[in-house]
Design a protein around this ligand. Structure first.
Ligand SMILES: [Zn+2]
Length: 242
């Protein structure tokens, strides 16, 4: 991968997250590891996910200094810097304030494999970062978040949002999208009654392999990228509906 390709992915991943409804005005971001080892490509503060363009990106060093681009970095750039530093196999990370993830995290109950999306965790509960519900604005908090995430595809950040990572931009974005969808489905089921019809651990593991190989994550991601492109071409916003 070249730096130009990493920049393109940082734009594309941001648009895909917006198309999935994970925008929260100008907050939340996707970051792509710089292939030359200089840091991460991430949007500059002040732009919504659907507004990200190549000239609105920054290259932020692992010391949180802007090497290319204008202004200061996002206060929460430490999320991505530390997640990608701690997980060399990951090339992209996502942090959003996805609404269903926040609402579900407030219940503090296990995430169940009620659906294909819920099987992403293979029958295990989703990890949670409990150190703070405030901004992850220091390297120390970023490190603790990276530890909480571990090797999982995504983690809840109660009172705040979610974090996700992947070996590709497609995987990282889809991990965030699938977690939020799984949370939304469980919230709906729970609102209607006691959710009892879910996969056991063996079925959940099998479904994770069946439903969410890299090719499926890529296919879902490409759909979101196309959806974002058509929305942008129509002059609309694809961030969270009112
Ligand atoms: Zn945040």
């Amino acid at each position: 991968m070249t730096p130009a390709q990493a920049r393109r992915l940082a734009v594309e991943a941001s648009h895909a997250l917006a198309a999935a409804g994970q925008g929260d005005m100008v907050w939340g971001h996707a970051a792509v590891r710089d292939p030359d080892g200089r840091g991460i490509w991430i949007k500059a503060p002040g732009w919504g996910l659907e507004e990200v363009r190549d000239d609105r990106l920054q290259l932020v060093s692992y010391e949180a200094e802007v090497l290319i681009g204008d202004g200061t970095p996002h206060k929460e750039c430490h999320i991505h810097l530390e997640v990608l530093r701690a997980h060399p196999q990951a090339h992209c990370s996502v942090h959003t304030h996805a609404e269903s993830a926040i609402a579900f995290a407030a219940l503090d109950v296990p995430l169940l494999p009620l659906s294909h999306e819920g099987a992403l965790f293979g029958g295990e509960d989703v990890p949670r970062f409990r150190e703070t519900g405030g901004l992850v604005s220091t390297p120390e908090l970023g490190e603790k978040l990276a530890t909480a995430l571990g090797e999982a595809p995504a983690a809840l950040m109660p009172k705040h949002g979610l974090v996700a990572a992947g070996s590709t931009a497609a995987a990282a974005v889809m991990h965030a999208v699938l977690l939020d969808s799984a949370c939304a489905i469980q919230l709906r089921a729970r609102a209607a009654g006691q959710a009892v019809g879910h996969s056991d651990a063996a079925e959940a593991r099998a479904k994770r392999a069946q439903c969410w190989p890299g090719s499926q994550l890529e296919a879902g991601y490409r759909y979101l990228v196309r959806k974002a492109a058509s929305t942008l071409a129509a002059g609309g916003s694809s961030s969270r509906p009112a």
